[in-house]
Structure formats: structure tokens, C-alpha cells
Design a protein around this ligand. Structure first.
Ligand code: DNO
Length: 360
């Protein structure tokens, strides 16, 4: 297992590389060029510019996150071929810089969605990302985009890049009537084109689940259960067509048994990386994010790490969203302190599992 940290680049992150390097057990990053619009080529020069300070700081960057898929690919529009060609070029360019895994998603229009980015947790005064479907009903897509942009402390949030959402109304209209099967057809077309390039360059694609784990605003969403991912991995049968198992995204739906889903895809060799975080369920389609500790939320972090240890011990892991604690101001979900605590806790669980297994 390699413990990594999401980093948005020198000019876009409140957390510095030296701070990340000082977190015990941190070996590298899950990187991201946050200024790239979906569909654009990530050039070799841009990638090198991003990578240079990382190596100097003594960290690796073998995972890149959010190489976003253009909506025309998801919608199956004629321009998709050009965007797919760009995607293939990006894969080749990333491989040249030593990248091994690309995390992406196939969610129409929205990436992750929350109704509050800083809900105060009464017990201790910290705050975290929060979702209540009831609030969503009252808001509508345009309002939620506005509210999210206004409340992110001046940072753009991953998956919420302004260019991408500028044409929101038009895009939402274009999706009208599209079914999950239609979306899967378009997904298959995309995978047929990109997976051979991944196989050739040694990259593994890792699809991030829908977050939250159900359809929103009537859009088709096809990646929020074990059954969904069974269909996805079958769309192109290759270890390069994998899953980024995000415990918090899938775990927003209490019916998803996370350790068992990890075992299922880990045993199939389809799990190159994981995002690990905890969730507190508050009611029907209503949750907030908790600290990583098992007893603070509803996910069993020991069972999660044990499933990883047993079935896919060589994965990349990152602590996922953290709460805002100790008066930190940063990108919601992506501050330093709570994610560092999360990484340390997960490393502690790992050490305990490893030692007890070795002593058997
Ligand atoms: C949210 C992240 C996602 C993830 C993308 C990958 O915080 O986990 O934005 O990076 O879905 O494309």
C-alpha cells in the first residue's frame, strides 16, 4: 500500500509539498492540473512543470486524478472522437512522466455534490461537507452550482471548474431522455478507444463512483453499486479498466457493503487505488462526512483496510476529504490537518493488520 495525498499544484493549494512530506508515512501524491478543461490535452510541458517540485520535495506522483471526460463523450455526440483522441494523447503524456493510474469519472454534468460545504458538527465545533436530499429539491441545479462556487473559500473545487459548468442549462437539456443503458453504450465506446492505449503504456484507469451514490436531478448515473461496477469492468475486460474505490462516495448509500465490495474487485485485480474516508448517516439520503475514525462514523475502517490488505495490498490509497479543524481555512474537504490525521490513522490500522498477520 502506498499512502498518498491529493495536491492541486503550487498555485492552487493551501497545503505545501513540504507539509505533505512531513506527514508520517506519506510517499506521494494523487496529482491534478486543476486549470485544464475537460477534453483538453495535458501537454508534456504542463505535466513536467507540475511534477518538477514534487520530485524535489522527495515525493512521487504515480496517480493523477480528474482527467475529466468531456460531456460530448458521455453524450455520444459527433465531436467525441476528437476529445477521445485528446484523451489518448494525455494518457501517453502522463505515462511518460511515470504515472501509473488515472482516476476519472463518468458522471453526467456533476462530479460530487453536496448541499453544504461547511456544516458545523455540534459535538466539537469542526465542520465538514454535508448532503441532504431535501435541501437539494428546494435548490435546483443552477442554484447549487452558484452556492458551491460562493462557498469554496476562493478555490475552484475539483469537478466544479467554472468553464465546465458555464453551459449548464444547455447540457442538462441535452441529457434529457438519456437512459443508463445509453450512457453505458457511450462509456463502452470510450473504453474501447482508451484502454488499448493504457495497456500499451502501462497505465490503469480507475473509475470514481457517483457521489452521492444515487441519481440526481434526473440525470442517468451508472456507477454507485457493486452491480454497476460489475457492468463497468465487463465493458472492457482488462486490468487496465479498473475502479477507484471511494469508500465515502459508495458509503453514502448504507446498502453498499464497502469491505465486501473491496474484496470483490480486489480479488478480480480491478482496484488500483482507493479514496478512504468515513461517513455519518443522518437519515434517508442525508449524511455528513466524519473524521476517518471508525467510531466517528458508520464505516468500519478496520474492515476496509483488512479487505485491502487481503485482496489488493499494492494499491495507492489516499485519505479523502477531511473536516475543517483547528481554524484551518482551505479548499473544502482538502485542508491539511484532518487529512493528515486520517492518513496517520489508516497507517496505524495497516501496521496493526500487518503485524498481526505476520505473527500468525
Ligand atoms: C472529490 C473527488 C472527485 C474525484 C473525481 C475523479 O472530492 O474524489 O472529484 O477526484 O470524481 O474524476
Amino acid at each position: 500500500m502506498k499512502m498518498t495525498f491529493r495536491w492541486f499544484g503550487e498555485n492552487s493549494d493551501s497545503v505545501s509539498l513540504s507539509q505533505i512530506r512531513q506527514i508520517p508515512g506519506m510517499t506521494g501524491l494523487m496529482g491534478f492540473l486543476d486549470y485544464k478543461a475537460a477534453g483538453e490535452v495535458w501537454t508534456e510541458e504542463e505535466i513536467e512543470r507540475y511534477m518538477a517540485p514534487i520530485g524535489k520535495a522527495g515525493l512521487e506522483c504515480e496517480v493523477i486524478e480528474s482527467v475529466n471526460v468531456h460531456e460530448d463523450i458521455k453524450m455520444g455526440l459527433p465531436a467525441r472522437d476528437e476529445y477521445i483522441e485528446n484523451y489518448k494523447t494525455t494518457i501517453r503524456n502522463l505515462a511518460k512522466s511515470g504515472v501509473k493510474v488515472i482516476v476519472y469519472n463518468f458522471m453526467p454534468v456533476f462530479d460530487w455534490l453536496r448541499t453544504d460545504l461547511a456544516r458545523v458538527i455540534e459535538e466539537d465545533g469542526s465542520n465538514s461537507l454535508y448532503f441532504d436530499e431535501k435541501d437539494l429539491g428546494a435548490m435546483g441545479p443552477l442554484e447549487i452550482v452558484k452556492k458551491t462556487a460562493e462557498n469554496c473559500n476562493g478555490f475552484s473545487l475539483p469537478g466544479w471548474e467554472p468553464e465546465r459548468l458555464a453551459e449548464l442549462e444547455k447540457t442538462l437539456k441535452q441529457y434529457e431522455g438519456m437512459t443508463g443503458d445509453d450512457l453505458r453504450e457511450n462509456y463502452k465506446y470510450f473504453l474501447n478507444a482508451v484502454i488499448p492505449v493504457c495497456e500499451e503504456t502501462g497505465i490503469r484507469m480507475a473509475c470514481h463512483p457517483d457521489d452521492p451514490a444515487w441519481p440526481i436531478f434526473g440525470l442517468p448515473r451508472i456507477a454507485h453499486s457493486q452491480e454497476d461496477f460489475d457492468k463497468i469492468v465487463k465493458l472492457y475486460d482488462s486490468p487496465a479498466n479498473g475502479v477507484c474505490l471511494c469508500t465515502g462516495s459508495l458509503g453514502s448509500e448504507p446498502g453498499n457493503d464497502i469491505p465486501s465490495i473491496i474484496r470483490h474487485f480486489g480479488e478480480m485485480d480491478r482496484l488500483p487505488c482507493l479514496h478512504v474516508r468515513n461517513i455519518k448517516h443522518l437519515g434517508y439520503r442525508h449524511f455528513r462526512e466524519a473524521s476517518h475514525l471508525s467510531s466517528d462514523g458508520d464505516l468500519d475502517m478496520y474492515a476496509i483496510m483488512k479487505a485491502v490488505y487481503d485482496t489488493c495490498p499494492d494499491v495507492y490509497i489516499r485519505p479523502d476529504h477531511g473536516r475543517m479543524i483547528w481554524n484551518e481555512v482551505g479548499r473544502p474537504g482538502y485542508g491539511l490537518y484532518d487529512r493528515a490525521l486520517g492518513a496517520t490513522y489508516l497507517n496505524g490500522l495497516w501496521e496493526a493488520i500487518e503485524k498481526s498477520e505476520n505473527n500468525k
